[in-house]
Design a protein around this ligand. Structure first.
Ligand code: SAJ
Length: 449
């Protein structure tokens, strides 16, 4: 980015927003504060340290504060052996209370933004962070909200809390939104290489935030407002939810036409342009994709606007666990077996391959459905040693030829790397594959979504 990271229209060509990290930025920002030390906040602290910026972490969980001070990482993407030297050197530290916020110059808020049971946004963690910051807000502070939220949160919720101190945004302090883009488990894209969208409450806010983040991230992309930055993130993840919903509907369609969904998708994927492959699955898991679009649909309902694609994708995606169980029940039926009393092993329960996170995992819905239909259920997941579903607490069963032979059916729900699917196919009378890992494999005992 040319100049001091001054605000540019969104028409700025990408090359003009690219700047070498560490070359310039607001020199008055010496110490970075990060509120919320989870899968977003802790990697951000480490990235600040790698850019030579001292980072001070804030978290409401005393156990987590103690753990990080010991140099132990509570986050999968940060190895303790990488964290420990940073803590030892002091460039990464964890504050005991909020008053230390006065001593930092920039504060990135990386707290959860989940959904309530009513499917409404829960921004209580964001407001709590802003309220904790308020007594310590001072002139010169740069505040950046990173938590995914609906357009307007930064201006309508965070700004009034901070300005109730009498300090004025754009004059006494700066406030911007910059969506987190941490992709758990993605080694191809290290955090510093993922372009960072930034939108301020005022042009000066955008400039200050862009200048600071350009010291940490290779590319910053300023936009004209905090709302534009909030909305960009929702588009990114709604794009995924809707396309996954589309391909899941294709799975339902192929099922009714007696076609192999995976064969059809593989064929369509040979198109070298104008097509992007998504895969059907047992449902939509994780703490981003099923949730972020609901923030937008909730916001738009307040304006009497129906976000039909989001709502339809949610309808199709949330139906997939039931569809998967029903289709496996039909396959068992062909073998003269009912689901009740059937011994079923669910293989893979995390929300996606090669992560241990089970939040919103469709495997939880599938397990509940199978148990409610009387199946004798076990699971295997090398990354999830124990699992509680409803009042059932289960332990991951070993995956050996011997244990497999004790099951009537295996349902492959999450395709972790390294799971021996061929062993499963050789050992069990019925394999129901929700992820296409057996695509192309032949076997009378193989059934697919
Ligand atoms: N899924 C499908 N079919 C697909 C892709 C995903 O059923 O073709 C399912 C997954 O199994 C999972 C859910 O959808 O249950 C979400 O999967 P995801 O690949 O979107 O992974 P997430 O939830 O970890 O999304 C994150 C997001 N990153 C951020 O929000 C910063 C998302 O924007 C990334 O694009 C995504 O990682 C990624 O690409 O891995």
């Amino acid at each position: 980015m040319e100049g001091d990271g001054s605000h540019m229209s969104s028409k700025t060509s990408p090359r003009r927003t690219t700047r070498k990290a560490h070359d310039r930025g607001n020199p008055h920002i010496g110490i970075a504060g990060v509120v919320g030390l989870g899968y977003v906040g802790l990697p951000l602290m480490v990235e600040c340290a790698r850019a030579g910026i001292q980072a001070v972490g804030f978290d409401t969980d005393p156990a987590r504060r103690r753990m990080i001070r010991r140099g132990e990482s509570p986050v999968e993407d940060i190895a303790s052996e990488d964290l420990r030297p940073l803590v030892k050197s002091g460039i990464v530290s964890v504050a005991e209370d909020w008053s230390a916020l006065r001593d930092v110059d920039a504060i990135s808020i990386c707290v959860p933004t989940p959904l309530r049971k009513s499917k409404e946004p829960d921004i209580s963690f964001v407001t709590a962070a802003a309220e904790s910051l308020k007594p310590h807000l001072r002139r010169g502070h740069l505040i950046i909200l990173e938590s995914t939220t609906y357009p307007g949160t930064t201006r309508e919720i965070v700004l009034p809390i901070l300005e109730s101190t009498g300090l004025r945004v754009g004059k006494d302090f700066w406030l911007a939104f910059s969506p987190e883009r941490v992709d758990p488990g993605n080694v191809e894209w290290p955090l510093s290489r993922i372009p960072k969208v930034i939108g301020g409450i005022t042009p000066e806010c955008t400039r200050e935030a862009a200048a600071f983040y350009s010291r940490i991230f290779e590319t910053v992309h300023p936009v004209s407002s905090a709302e534009a930055a909030e909305m960009a993130k929702l588009l990114e993840n709604t794009f995924r939810a809707v396309n996954i919903g589309l391909v899941n509907e294709f799975a339902l369609t192929c099922d009714r036409l007696g076609l192999d969904t995976w064969e059809v998708i593989k064929a369509a994927g040979t198109k070298p342009f104008g097509f992007m492959s998504f895969k059907p699955g047992p449902g939509l898991g994780g703490h981003c994709i099923p949730i972020d679009p609901q923030y937008l649909s909730w916001r738009m309902r307040l304006l009497n606007f129906t976000t039909r694609f989001i709502d339809l994708a949610e309808e199709v995606n949330s139906e997939m666990p039931r569809h998967a169980v029903l289709k496996m029940a039909m396959a068992l039926n062909h073998q003269g077996k009912a689901i009740s009393k059937t011994r079923v092993l669910v293989v893979g329960v995390a929300y996606k391959a090669d992560v241990s996170d089970i939040r919103e995992s469709p495997a939880l819905d599938i397990i509940e459905l199978l148990i409610s239909h009387g199946a004798k259920l076990r699971y295997h997941d090398p990354l999830v040693p124990t699992l509680t579903v409803g009042e059932h607490t289960l332990k991951s069963s070993p995956l050996t030829a011997k244990t497999l032979r004790s099951f009537d059916a295996v349902m492959i729900v999450t395709p972790h790397t390294g799971i021996d699917h061929r062993l499963i196919i050789r050992s069990v009378p019925l394999v129901f594959d929700c992820r296409g890992v057996t695509a192309g494999m032949k076997g009378k005992n193989i059934f697919r979504l």
